[in-house]
Design a protein around this ligand. Structure first.
Ligand code: FA5
Ligand code: MG
Length: 455
C-alpha cells in the first residue's frame, strides 16, 4: 500500500468559500475538498428540507420582535471569535487540528454558532436573537455524527439600565409569567451544581441568576413541547398509534467556558437519554467585551439534525445530505402547508459489508516510522484522522467506523489497533468488489497520509 495510493493533494495557496478568498497556511490547512464542497449547501435554508423545517418550527417558539433571526452568517470565522472571545483556555482540546478544520493559524470553519455571540450581543437590535448555521467538526463516523451539521444559537438579555427601577429580577419574572405553560414531565428540573465548575458569577446576585435560569429553562421546555406536539400530530396523520407514554425530559449539569451555571437538556428517545442542547447564564465577560456590560442574560445552542431526527424519525444523519428524491420528496410542500408533515418512511436498508483493518500506529518504537508518509512531525495519532481518510475515499458510503481492538507490543512498545468499517450505502446495494476496492484505497491512504503500517 505504498505511495501509489496516496493521492492527498498539495494544499492550495488560497481557498474561496462563499465568494470570499482566504490565504491558506499549509502548516494548518486540513479542510478536504469534500468538506469545502459542503460549505455551499446550507441545508437550514433549503426549502422543504427537514433541517429548514425544524429551524422554522423552533423559530416560531422564539418570535420576533423579541428574537431576531440571523441565518446567513459566514462559516469562516477567526480563532478569536470561535474560542478566545468565549473564554476557551489556550490548551482546550477543541482547538486541536484533530478536532477543528483550519484554513490557517487564525482562520477556521466555525465549530459552533457560539462563535457569533460576541458580535450579536454587540449588534443585535432586539433583546434576543437566534442564529442558525452550518458548523464543522472533525469527528467520528456513525449514525448521529457528521463532520458538518447545523446548530441554532439563541440568546436573551435584560438591561439593568432600562428595566423598571433597575430591577432585573422583577423584569425577568414578569417575562416568565407571560410565557405559556406546558404539562411535560421534567425529571431533575434543578440538578445540583458543582460550585467549582459552575460558580455564581461575581457580578450576579443569586436571585438574578436564578430568575434568568428559570426563564431559560421554561423557554427551552416550550420548544421541546412544540416539537413533540408536531411529532404527535404527524404520527396521527400517518395513522401511527401513540401509547400514552408521556414525553420525558431532564436537565443535567454541564460545563461551558462561556456560561455559568450551565445545563444540558436531554430527551428520552429510543431507550436512552439523547442530549439535544447546551445552555446557561452567559458569562459576563462576553457581554462586557461586546460593550453591553449592563446586560445579563442566557444563551443556548442546539443541534438541528438531532431535533429533526426526533421530529421525522430520520434514522441516519447522512440522509440529510442526500439529493435522492426518495428522501427529499417526502418533505415537499411542508413549508407551505404544515398539515403535510409526516414521519419519514425509510427506504429499504441495504446489506452491511464489514471490513477490518489492523495496523501499527506511527512513531512508536523504531521501525523507521519517522520517515513514513510525509506527515512526520505531526506527532500524535488521532482516530479523527482515520475518519477523515474514510470520508475522503468513500464519501457517504460508510455507515460507521468502530474500534475493535487495541494492544501494545510488550517488547517494542508499539501499539496496534483494529477498526471495523461498515460499508453500507443508504441508496443502493454495494457489491463486494466495490467494497473491497474502497477498502484497499482506504488502506493505501492510511499508509500514505497517516504513516501507519498495515498488518
Ligand atoms: C456547543 O456547541 C455550545 N456552543 C452550546 C452552547 C451554546 C452552550 C450557548 C451554552 C450556551 P455542544 O458541543 O454540546 O455545545 O453542541 C451543542 C449541540 O449540538 C449538542 O447538544 C447536539 O445537539 C449538537 N451536536 C453536537 N455535536 C454534534 C454532531 N457531531 N452531530 C450532530 N449534532 C451535534
Ligand atoms: Mg455537548
Amino acid at each position: 500500500w505504498r505511495a501509489q495510493y496516496s493521492t492527498k493533494p498539495e494544499p492550495p495557496k488560497e481557498v474561496t468559500i462563499n465568494s470570499k478568498t482566504y490565504p491558506v497556511d499549509p502548516e494548518w490547512f486540513n479542510v478536504s475538498s469534500t468538506i469545502l464542497n459542503l460549505t455551499s449547501r446550507k441545508l437550514h435554508l433549503q426549502k422543504d428540507h427537514p433541517v429548514s423545517i425544524t429551524r422554522q418550527i423552533i423559530e416560531s417558539v422564539f418570535p420576533s420582535p423579541t428574537y431576531l433571526a440571523y441565518n446567513n452568517l459566514d462559516p469562516v470565522v477567526s480563532t478569536h471569535e470561535n474560542f478566545d472571545s468565549l473564554g476557551f483556555p489556550p490548551n482546550h482540546p477543541g482547538r486541536a487540528k484533530t478536532d477543528t478544520y483550519y484554513i490557517n493559524g487564525t482562520t477556521l470553519l466555525r465549530t459552533h454558532t457560539s462563535a457569533h455571540e460576541a458580535e450579536l450581543f454587540k449588534a443585535s437590535k432586539s433583546p434576543g436573537y437566534l442564529i442558525s448555521a452550518d458548523v464543522y467538526r472533525r469527528d467520528e463516523i456513525d449514525k448521529s455524527h457528521y463532520p458538518v451539521f447545523h446548530q441554532m444559537e439563541g440568546a436573551r438579555v435584560w438591561d439593568r439600565n432600562t428595566v423598571p427601577n433597575g430591577d432585573v429580577v422583577s423584569a425577568v419574572y414578569k417575562d416568565l409569567e407571560a410565557l405559556p405553560k406546558h404539562d411535560m414531565i421534567i425529571e431533575d428540573p434543578n440538578p445540583p451544581f458543582h460550585p467549582d465548575r459552575n460558580p455564581l458569577q461575581p457580578s450576579h446576585s443569586a436571585e438574578e441568576a436564578e430568575a434568568v435560569g428559570k426563564h431559560l429553562k421554561r423557554s427551552l421546555e416550550l420548544m421541546v413541547a412544540e416539537i413533540f406536539k408536531r411529532v404527535k400530530e404527524s404520527h396521527a396523520r400517518a395513522g401511527i398509534q401513540h401509547g400514552s407514554e408521556p414525553l420525558k425530559v431532564r436537565w443535567v449539569e454541564a460545563y461551558f467556558p462561556f456560561t455559568s451555571p450551565s445545563w444540558e437538556l436531554e430527551v428520552w428517545y429510543q431507550d436512552g437519554w439523547l442530549e439535544i442542547l447546551g445552555c446557561g447564564v452567559s458569562q459576563q465577560h462576553i457581554l462586557r467585551d461586546a460593550g453591553v456590560a449592563s446586560q445579563i442574560g442566557w444563551a443556548f445552542g442546539l443541534g438541528l439534525e438531532r431535533i429533526a431526527m426526533l421530529l421525522f424519525q430520520i434514522p441516519d444523519i447522512r440522509l440529510f445530505w442526500s439529493r435522492d428524491e426518495r428522501f427529499l420528496g417526502q418533505f415537499r410542500g411542508v413549508e407551505g402547508d404544515w398539515g403535510k408533515m409526516r414521519p419519514f418512511v425509510g427506504f429499504s436498508r441495504h446489506p452491511a459489508c464489514y471490513k477490518d483493518v489492523s495496523f501499527w500506529l506511527p512513531g512508536h518504537g523504531g521501525g523507521g516510522a519517522g520517515a513514513a508518509g510525509g506527515r512526520g512531525g505531526e506527532g500524535e495519532w488521532h482516530e479523527n484522522d482515520l475518519m477523515e481518510v474514510v470520508r475522503d475515499v468513500c464519501g457517504d458510503v460508510v455507515e460507521d467506523v468502530v474500534m475493535m481492538d487495541s494492544f501494545t507490543h510488550p517488547k517494542t512498545g508499539r501499539r496496534s489497533v483494529c477498526y471495523r468499517v461498515n460499508y453500507r450505502s443508504l441508496e443502493r446495494t454495494l457489491t463486494n468488489e466495490e467494497a473491497n476496492g474502497l477498502h484497499e484505497r482506504v488502506k493505501g491512504e492510511m499508509v500514505g497520509r497517516l504513516g501507519v503500517e498495515i498488518r
